[in-house]
Design a protein around this ligand. Structure first.
Ligand SMILES: [Zn+2]
Length: 115
């Protein structure tokens, strides 16, 4: 059974986290273009298309906010790897099951403490 003490288990999580970090940073960068303020002048676009533009902008902002939160969580996981704390529950200090970390390597608590 794989355990968090295995160096290659940690390395595999580190690779996965770095890839997700790159991807998340790229997606945040790509959505920058959609976050420009919606033009509010009365000519050109009609009221309905302005509303729809504002709604999609709100959606993009929401997605971007969640991506930023995800980026912070990934960065925290990577710094726990550096500090040798990765894979141990932040609440009780017990090893977190590798199966649980495979679901999401940014989990900081074991299944008991997270419940
Ligand atoms: Zn715990």
């Amino acid at each position: 059974m794989k355990t968090i003490e295995d160096r290659d288990v940690i390395e595999a999580f580190e690779t996965r986290l770095r890839e997700e970090l790159d991807q998340t940073a790229r997606l945040i960068e790509e959505s920058r273009a959609y976050r420009a303020p919606v033009e509010l002048d009365q000519q050109g676009v009609g009221r309905l298309s302005r509303m729809s533009a504002m709604q999609s902008q709100a959606m993009v902002q929401d997605i971007t906010r969640r991506r930023r939160e995800r980026k912070v969580a990934i960065e925290r996981a990577l710094s726990r790897i550096r500090d040798g704390e990765f894979g141990y529950c932040a609440e009780c200090g017990e090893a977190i099951a590798v199966r649980r970390l495979e679901i999401d390597p940014t989990f900081e608590a074991c299944v008991h403490c997270a419940a």
